[in-house]
Design a protein around this ligand. Structure first.
Ligand code: 3PG
Length: 210
């Protein structure tokens, strides 16, 4: 399923990590990010509006590739998949979430930090992983040191990444993309500043992998 996930992300360097408080913001936000060059987005299940937001974006925003984030258990995995999520992101790796993913066509991007967690993920057949929380756990230097022992494993670091440090990660051979909330700040979403968000997305979309 890694190939499926990679083809959905289609080389996009930054995956917006989004928290939607009001479902009416979901469609204009997804459209603004797509216009700015970031069609693949992660809507986190951190608000009551999340599942409805995923449903709406899946139904109404053809140009978007909507994923679900902050999936903590099998029930949430199933709800997110049913709502139309094309991919699912979890902050960590548990047997329950792995089992839910293995019974589903929707690819899972699970979070890890340690070598032991990476080995557990690899045993479950997962070789594209979220490194979270990236900055707090040791940053690009930590991630770089994982490249040699774990040659076949690739990462999407998220947590504390912004326009200032995204390049440090994208320059690493074991990093495919980064995730972050900086392209859709809460205040701009609340204010309905879609043009501002589009501009942030456009900047981020230029951060190509070398
Ligand atoms: C995530 O779940 O990926 C993070 O909460 C995003 O982290 P950020 O808000 O520091 O970008």
């Amino acid at each position: 399923k890694t190939a499926k996930l990679l083809s959905l992300l289609d080389g996009q360097p930054v995956i917006p990590v989004i928290k939607i408080a009001d479902v009416k913001d979901a469609v204009p936000l997804a459209r603004a990010l797509a216009r700015g060059g970031l069609p693949a987005i992660e809507i986190t299940l951190r608000t009551d509006a999340a599942l409805d937001s995923i449903r709406r974006v899946a139904a109404e925003v053809e140009e978007a590739v909507v994923g679900a984030g902050t999936i903590l258990n099998a029930r949430q995995f199933d709800e997110a998949a049913k709502a139309g999520s094309r991919f699912i992101v979890s902050p960590g790796l548990t047997r329950e979430v792995i089992a839910a993913a293995s019974g589903s066509d929707v690819p899972l991007l699970p979070g890890v930090i340690t070598p032991g967690e990476i080995m557990a993920a690899a045993e479950a057949g997962l070789d594209f992983l979220k490194f979270f929380p990236a900055e707090q756990a040791g940053g690009a230097a930590f991630l770089k040191s994982l490249a040699s022992p774990f040659g076949g494993i690739h990462f999407c670091p998220t947590g504390g990444i912004g326009a200032n440090n995204a390049k440090d990660y994208l320059g690493l051979p074991n990093v495919i993309c980064v995730g972050g909330s900086w392209v859709a700040p809460d205040e701009m979403v609340k204010a309905g500043d879609w043009a501002g968000i589009e501009a942030l997305a456009r900047e981020a979309s230029k951060l190509r992998k070398k």
